[in-house]
Design a protein around this ligand. Structure first.
Ligand SMILES: Nc1ncnc2c1ncn2[C@@H]1O[C@H](COP(=O)(O)OP(=O)(O)O)[C@@H](O)[C@H]1O
Ligand SMILES: C=C(OP(=O)(O)O)C(=O)O
Ligand SMILES: [K+]
Ligand SMILES: [Mg+2]
Length: 577
């Protein structure tokens, strides 16, 4: 193997990053720890010294996110990658593999196993369940189906649970799929609970303070303006409103009210970000080991910190990522600190467009995407990307332009909402996201549009700073040398995210020992996550990876690769033997 490498080493062994000193009781009796020390590098390996004719597979001690050590079998015969990626790499090669990740909201149109599988085959990286709708039992069944598809059929779809949040929304329309509001009609919005006998043109509202907070003359927006009413009379718990912009009312549609051109933020602004119902949903998400929890209507970093410590206290491996949904005025005001506290963010344009004037949404999107990139957090652009495809098999040109813009901004992921949850063409919508992403990414690479974005340092320790410099340099080398792929060996996924942040021209093969890290890497731009047991011996890791990937036809002799790892701070450039 022709290999050239560049090593970085820290002055003392204690400062050497990411080396786990196992607890004395950990190694199995037939193993001893070998401390291999050279003038330049320092590493610890677990070495089998058994004379047993049928020895147990060698094990390496890995640290998982700082949450204590555990032992992972380094089964040398296996490497796990999802079958969709494998097929895509084999058919189209590295260069044209998709870098932008795709999130699909699962609803009645896509909750069956066959429909879920069609989405997985179509490139769904993350399945989102929205706790605003459906029952916990319904969501549980969806999670089970996705997990089963992953296990049995070899997909690697991650699960995102999205909280309802304390938004004000309409009730269920008594089972009707929708109701039409016509111009000039008077409808009653009420906090009363009706049984079967809900009067005609009456809408229930989930927020008890509704009648007190609104005033005659206020404008009431359903779903951010899809239907508009004017408040004409208040009568106890009932608020009479006249329809000024007709349209379709959908069950549980979001409600906002505006006074003199501004969003009204009365007591409704004091509602908790995470309601009691949300906490129960979060417990459900923890019990089901979802991969991401998206928090609706985040106002400050405090709530994110609170949720993260709640998760840390309850989830053994602390392996659930918290995504802040940016969809309110306060979330824009406190954007940097919220994103800093979170593991990622969503540009939730649906509600955002109901809280700020629509013409301000594109600039907000651009800013959120940019701040996420700078702070090294994945970002999802969501809502109405292909809204017309809920009803039609082809998108509008404007929608294609919108998707292109999100890809051009180099957001990590795009999301489908109603298009996949209840639309008539979920698979076609996913195909549009996929093909537009691939096309725009190629245009970007071919045109050498590398942006001049300054990526500030994100780490605080010296060792973190070294990792960042390694990734920045490796990504730059990869572009200049036109390598075929970057390889990163990462235990927590952090080093992989640092490479992804650089948005290099080639795909990034991210090898990780943990299944849950692998699933979470699914949300990040350009990463192709593999699960692989590996050791601290990079030479050995590389040789094994090459032979495993070659055996599966995923790389070939002569391919040019740059490898980095968070165990040994080095950059290696080599041709696959
Ligand atoms: N679990 C579900 N059960 C029934 N309908 C759903 C479900 N999830 C989503 N939907 C439908 O898909 C639409 C779009 O989903 P989404 O954008 O996530 O929700 P919302 O419109 O409430 O913001 C919803 O308005 C709802 O009609
Ligand atoms: C994604 C969003 O949130 P939800 O669909 O839960 O309202 C949004 O508002 O854009
Ligand atoms: K939600
Ligand atoms: Mg929302």
């Amino acid at each position: 193997m022709s290999s050239q490498s560049l090593h970085f080493f820290t002055p003392s062994s204690t400062a050497c990053p990411n080396i786990t000193f196992p607890k004395p009781s950990l190694p199995a009796p037939n193993r001893r720890l070998a401390f291999a020390s050279s003038p330049r590098t320092f590493s610890i390996r677990a070495v089998s010294e058994s004379s047993d004719p049928n020895p147990a597979p060698p094990q390496v001690v890995v640290s998982d996110n700082g949450a204590g050590s555990r032992v992972v079998a380094a089964d040398s015969s296996s490497i796990e990658v999802d079958k969709v990626t494998e097929a895509e790499l084999k058919e189209n090669g590295f260069r044209s593999s998709r870098r932008t990740k795709l999130v699909c909201t699962i609803g009645p149109a896509t909750c069956g196993s066959e429909q879920l599988e069609a989405l997985a085959v179509g490139g769904m990286n993350v399945a989102r369940i929205n706790m605003c709708h459906g029952t916990r039992e319904w969501h549980k069944r969806v999670i089970e189906r996705v997990r089963r598809l992953n296990e049995v059929k070899g997909y690697a779809v991650a699960i995102m649970m999205d909280t309802e949040g304390s938004e004000i929304h309409m009730g269920d329309l008594g089972g009707a799929p929708s109701a039409k509001a016509e111009d000039g009609e008077v409808w009653t919005f009420s906090v009363r609970a009706y049984d079967a006998n809900r009067p005609e043109r009456t809408i229930t509202v989930n927020y008890d303070g509704f009648a007190e907070d609104v005033k005659v003359g206020d404008e009431l927006l359903v779903d951010g303006g899809m239907v508009r009413f004017e408040v004409i009379e208040k009568f106890g718990p009932d608020v009479k409103c006249m329809c000024t912009d007709p349209g379709l009312l959908l069950p549980r549609a979001n409600l906002t009210f505006w006074r003199d051109g501004s969003l009204v933020r009365e007591r409704n602004a004091m509602l908790p970000t995470i309601s009691s119902k949300d906490w129960l949903d979060i417990d459900f998400g923890l019990a089901e080991s979802v991969d991401f929890i998206a928090v609706s209507f985040v106002k400050s970093a405090e709530v994110i910190n609170h949720l993260k410590s709640y998760i840390a206290a309850r989830s053994r491996d602390n392996d659930i990522s918290v995504i802040a949904k940016i969809e309110s005025i306060d979330s824009l005001k406190n954007l940097e600190e919220i994103i800093q506290a979170s593991d990622g963010a969503m540009v939730a344009r649906g509600d955002l467009g109901a809280q700020i004037p629509l013409e301000q949404v594109p600039a907000a999107q651009q800013r959120i995407v940019q701040v996420c990139r700078q702070l090294n957090k994945p970002v999802i652009v969501a809502s109405q990307l292909l809204e017309s495809m809920i009803e039609y098999p082809t998108p509008t040109r404007a929608e294609v332009a919108d998707v292109s813009e999100a890809v051009r901004q180099r957001s990590d992921a795009l999301m489908l909402s109603g298009e996949s949850a209840m639309g008539q063409f979920p698979d076609k919508a996913l195909t549009v996201l996929r093909s537009v992403s691939v096309r725009i990414e190629k245009w970007w690479r071919d045109g050498k549009h590398h942006e001049a974005m300054e990526l500030p340092a994100v780490g605080s320790s010296f060792s973190d700073r070294i990792s960042e410099e390694i990734c920045t340099s490796a990504a730059k080398m990869a572009n200049n040398l036109e390598v075929d792929a970057l390889f990163v060996y990462t235990k927590t996924g952090h080093m992989a995210s640092l490479l992804s942040r650089c948005r290099p021209d080639c795909p990034i093969f991210a090898f990780t020992t943990s299944t849950s890290v692998r699933r979470r890497l699914n949300l990040q731009w350009g990463l192709i996550p593999f699960r692989l047991g590996f050791s601290d011996d990079m030479e050995n890791n590389l040789n094994r990876t090459f032979s495993l990937l070659k055996a599966r036809g995923m790389i070939k002799s002569g391919d040019l690769v740059i490898a980095v790892s968070d165990m040994l701070q080095s950059i290696q450039v080599m041709n696959v033997p």
